[in-house]
Design a protein around this ligand. Structure first.
Ligand code: TTP
Ligand code: CA
Length: 367
């Protein structure tokens, strides 16, 4: 059988990089994106930070007051998370990545696996240029950088990607895979948390090399058949998990900034029509029907509001979106005196039947 060629793409310091993208002056300052709990102005935790802030010791999960202390005396900027915006950027990148893959699996807002075996005809040399091209295209079109790991399976691709960040490109060929893995601590493997790592440590297993050499039967005795065999395989760089599309997204949305703040329905609809064009393309590509249409508006004072409507019948039709968005914004503008700055459109409620049908079809195609 031919070698597989698998890539893992992981966007660099993602939420903070998105913030730099919309405010480029942030680029040479420490940037911290946090979730504010609202109890006091300072309480909450760091979601992520750019690499300048990380150099000062800021880490994901850290209380915000501690991050503030670490960045005292710098021109650090603290911002609240804006998930809608990050998802918007993410779906733009995912669309580019998907076009590079034979099969594609998005694992989170900033990570995806690509199986490119067929396109690369199994060649890791080709894969290097291909990944570079993908990085350059994404940087040019979306303005975001990411790191890529390339390996013969998902396990190696992931660890390769994590080994060089940001803006990394790490290739591990099949014949190098075991040597590559050997020096990493066991908790680098998926499924090895603190508890398991401690148990392995008590068996004298610290690195993946130690685990690879350990008798599989003994591992089975300690961890049970499934986990024991899995650990042994992983440590020996064996991983046959396929790259496969996860269930369809729960919703598809686009957001855009208006050329000027306004209350004018026609002006807003010009923008939402553009967004709807884009949404419709994605709906058509994925062959979906939707049952809800929603609008989203960010006002001049940066407060945001949304409104939605549920259709009587599922629809695939672009005009249905246009019509409902017009109605929703018409009502919304009547109720809201503030001027609108950014607008968004979201469709959701994709029908179950459709999804099952799709799963069956892909089952028959691959089976
Ligand atoms: P990560 O990929 O773990 O981190 P990152 O993209 O910020 O940085 P890098 O990959 O360059 O190391 O997480 C992706 C996003 O998930 C991150 O931008 C913010 C969010 N996140 C949290 O909200 N809380 C967390 O504790 C972590 C780890 C991430
Ligand atoms: Ca990331």
């Amino acid at each position: 059988m031919q070698n597989r060629v698998i890539m893992l793409v992981d966007f660099d310091y993602f939420f903070a990089q998105c913030e730099e993208l919309r405010s480029p002056t942030l680029k040479d300052k420490p940037v911290v994106v946090g979730v504010y709990s609202g109890r006091t102005a300072e309480s909450g935790a760091v979601s992520t930070s750019n690499y300048i802030a990380r150099k000062c010791g800021v880490k994901s999960g850290m209380p915000l007051f501690l991050a503030k202390r670490k960045l005292e005396g710098t021109d650090a900027v603290f911002l609240p998370v804006d998930h809608e915006y990050y998802e918007q950027i993410s779906s733009g990148i995912m669309r580019i990545l998907r076009s590079y893959a034979n099969s594609f699996e998005q694992v989170s807002v900033d990570e995806a696996y690509l199986d490119v075996t067929e396109r690369m005809q199994g060649s890791f040399e080709k894969a290097k240029d291909y990944a570079q091209k993908m990085k350059t295209e994404t940087k040019n079109i979306v303005g975001i950088s990411f790191s890529v790991g390339v390996g013969p399976n998902k396990l190696i691709a992931k660890i390769a990607c994590d080994s060089q960040k940001p803006d990394g490109l790490t290739i591990v060929k099949p014949e190098e895979a075991q040597t590559f893995l050997a020096p990493f601590p066991v908790d680098g493997l998926l499924g090895v948390g603190k508890k398991t790592a401690a148990k392995m440590d008590s068996l004298g297993i610290k690195t993946i090399r130690d685990l690879a050499k350990y008798d599989t039967q003994k591992l089975v005795a300690f961890f049970g058949k499934t986990l024991g065999v899995y650990f042994s395989n992983s440590a020996n760089a064996i991983d046959n998990e396929p790259v496969q599309e996860q269930g369809e997204a729960e919703s598809i949305s686009r957001i855009g900034t208006l050329k000027q703040d306004t209350n004018d329905l026609e002006f807003i609809l010009q923008k939402t029509d553009e967004l709807i064009d884009d949404i419709s393309k994605e709906i058509a590509e994925k062959n979906l029907s939707f049952k809800q249409v929603a609008i989203y508006a960010v006002m001049t004072n940066l407060s945001s509001k949304s409104r939605s409507i549920t259709l009587e019948q599922p629809s695939k039709d672009q005009l249905t979106i246009n019509k409902n968005v017009k109605e929703l914004f018409g009502k919304f503008l009547n109720e809201n005196p503030l001027q609108v700055r950014r607008v968004g459109v979201k469709v959701s409620g994709f029908s179950r039947e459709e999804k099952r049908q799709k799963q069956l079809t892909s089952f028959f195609q691959t089976g």
